[in-house]
Ligand binder design. Structure first.
Ligand SMILES: [Zn+2]
Length: 214
């Protein structure tokens, strides 16, 4: 048994019979041979890699959303809280890619719910490994953020909704925004490629291993 039960929350819905289940939450249509990215597909690709690595390393995990349906935030939280209430020592990791109207905005963000969950150590550890994984690319920016209720300057629409999982889960919870699907460089180089997805997933996994050993 590992030290924590890792709860993976792939944000939004997946693709069912060729149809993406979530409105919005996608990259622009690039029109230059690169496919459009659907965020929920990317999020699931990262969680799938994390599961493979956790299985290999003997780290306990639960995929909170094994479905391709866009399961509600309320159900995601109740699935997580049931595991917490059953006595498991859980850590909740919600996986997303970011979006913004200005296509020049990019980078990684990790969000926690300030003061509520003791997630600061988790966020710091994940950030350290994500920074290390992308140290070779000086175009990539990093922002560590604590979400605070009623601070509209620091929220955009994506965050207002998905932060529900940070507010309502009973365990330490973080939300990783892995690059911007609206940024052409980040989307085409990392979010759409096997190599980019591997880098992002491996960085998350190294953080998990550090937390397990700490
Ligand atoms: Zn998202």
């Amino acid at each position: 048994m590992s030290k924590f039960l890792w709860l993976f929350d792939p944000g939004h819905g997946g693709v069912i019979a060729g149809k993406y289940q979530t409105p919005g939450k996608r990259s622009p249509k690039w029109g230059d041979g690169f496919p459009q990215l659907f965020e929920g597909e990317f999020n699931r690709a990262i969680v799938r890699r994390l599961i493979e690595m956790c299985q290999y390393a003997g780290v306990d995990y639960v995929n909170i959303v094994p479905e391709d349906d866009d399961i509600t935030l309320r159900t995601r939280v109740s699935r997580a809280n049931e595991l917490h209430d059953a006595g498991h020592k859980c850590i909740y990791i919600s996986i997303h890619a970011n979006a913004f109207e200005d296509q020049s905005v990019g980078g990684f963000e990790i969000w926690t719910s300030k003061g509520l969950t003791g997630a600061d150590l988790v966020a710091t550890t994940f950030f350290k490994h994500i920074k290390q994984a992308f140290i070779f690319d000086d175009k990539i920016r990093f922002r560590e953020q604590a979400y605070e209720d009623g601070d509209p300057d620091r929220e955009h629409d994506e965050h207002k909704k998905v932060f529900y999982v940070l507010r309502r889960t009973k365990m330490p919870a973080i939300l990783t925004e892995n690059l911007f699907m609206t940024n052409p460089y980040e989307c085409k180089r990392y979010l759409l490629t096997k190599e980019g997805r591997d880098l992002i997933a491996e960085a998350h996994f190294r953080a998990i291993i550090e937390m397990e050993k700490g």
